[in-house]
Design a binder for this molecule. Sequence first.
Ligand SMILES: C[S@@+](CC[C@H](N)C(=O)[O-])C[C@H]1O[C@@H](n2cnc3c(N)ncnc32)[C@H](O)[C@@H]1O
Length: 219
Amino acid sequence: MNASRKLDNRLALCARFVRHGARLADIGTDHAYLPVWLCQNGVCPGAVAADINPEPLSRGQQTVEEAGMTDKISLRLSNGLSQIKPDEADDIVIAGMGGELIAKIIDDCAFARDGQKHFILQPMTKSEELLRFLCAEGFTVLEQDCCVAAKKCYTVLLVRYTGLTQVTDELFYYTGRLDPSQPLHRRFLSEHAARLRKKARSDERWGQLAERIEKIMEN
Ligand SMILES: C[S@@+](CC[C@H](N)C(=O)[O-])C[C@H]1O[C@@H](n2cnc3c(N)ncnc32)[C@H](O)[C@@H]1O
């Protein structure tokens, strides 16, 4: 991997939310493209690239070695954040996994409820379940954006612990901080509505939720 290698839109959006100067933990790193890019481009002084499986971790190792980044990035076999020490990371990226698994990884992490830590979360599925967990457990969504990569629309959430638990309207778990006037946010919302419309064929309550999402897109 050379310095000019570009991230795809999905990882680029995750990278945009990482604070300049933050030490990074990339959980489920696989090929380690994100930590390599962030260190090569001077955003992060160092990173831990972690994965639960040895095979992806060795792919990551190869990327790190090819980029000449072994002094800045350490590879680590870790289930979620279990092998990451609290003082090793300021910003934690968990990307490319299902929303429920991301929620479990955060819930299992002893230092997740430290408001100084930023979590950058990119659920591949069930973003509504991730938001349900975050709201109930006192995590606040600071920012949310969407992108398209390989023709699919993804959302990325920037989150930190505030302790403010919110039992919110079900609608929020689908809409989050998305702004229907932005075309990519609108696309993400309309895909939620379409999925709910499908589910409504067997249970009409989902249709009411789909209608509410469609309504906010009208305004
Ligand atoms: C689809 S890849 C995503 C790679 C990269 N983060 C991205 O977004 O392009 C998911 C990776 O997460 C890893 N993974 C799954 N469950 C995990 C867990 N509990 N802890 C750490 N890594 C995990 C898998 O081994 C796999 O390499």
